[in-house]
Design a protein around this ligand. Structure first.
Ligand code: AMP
Length: 186
């Protein structure tokens, strides 16, 4: 399958890349995130063309539930002391709907910027259950205000576990190692 060249279309190519695919069925494909922001980071995508959260309607409900069920099955088979979250970015950068399943260690060289951090550890990361609830109740996703979502990305850095404020990304990355038991607090 020939897929367009713009970077925002990259997931559409990766959905067909055997080196990234971990599971698929007739409705969805699960791939490894190419630039993982934690030790375990996967994307669950529908095979049908679904551009983003704004394109969702009541007809997508069973698909959304299936994506979430498959994400849960996947993470249940992975040992990760930090646990996992399953959700969507309020304003995704990549085209084609994708559900993130990401471990909460955030131990990855690809996690570099304040934007990365806030996108995964604040209310910018919308729980899959909330998306499903909206579509079930209203026939669309209502829980997103794009303008305020973009402001969230500029928020000061805070630890996702103890809420401590950190000056910069190197300090934050050093700090979270303490929670992961990789470093002493002294
Ligand atoms: P977002 O659109 O903000 O939900 O995030 C897109 C995710 O896709 C990020 O976690 C990226 O690391 C990941 N990503 C970007 N390009 C690719 C690609 N070509 N293949 C697989 N994952 C990608």
């Amino acid at each position: 399958m020939k897929v367009g060249g713009h970077w925002s279309q990259g997931l559409k190519a990766s959905m067909h890349d055997p080196s990234l695919i971990v599971k698929q069925d007739e409705l969805i494909v699960i791939i490894k995130d190419k630039y993982p922001k934690a030790k375990h980071h996967y994307l669950i995508l529908p095979k049908a063309d679904v551009r983003n959260l704004k394109a969702l309607n009541i007809d997508h409900l069973s698909l959304l539930k299936h994506m979430q069920d498959e994400a849960k099955k996947l993470i249940n088979g992975i040992e990760s002391p930090s646990g996992f979250k399953i959700g969507y970015h309020a304003v995704p950068s990549m085209s084609q709907l994708h559900l993130h399943a990401i471990s909460q260690d955030f131990d990855s060289p690809c996690l570099k910027t304040k934007t990365h951090w806030n996108a995964f550890t604040t209310e910018y990361f919308i729980d899959s259950e909330d998306v499903i609830r909206d579509v079930e109740k209203y026939g669309k996703v209502c829980c997103i205000d794009e303008r305020s979502a973009k402001e969230i990305l500029k928020k000061d850095l805070r630890c996702h576990i103890c809420n401590e404020s950190l000056k910069n990304m190197p300090k934050l990355k050093e700090h979270i190692l303490v929670h992961m038991g990789k470093k002493n607090n002294s």
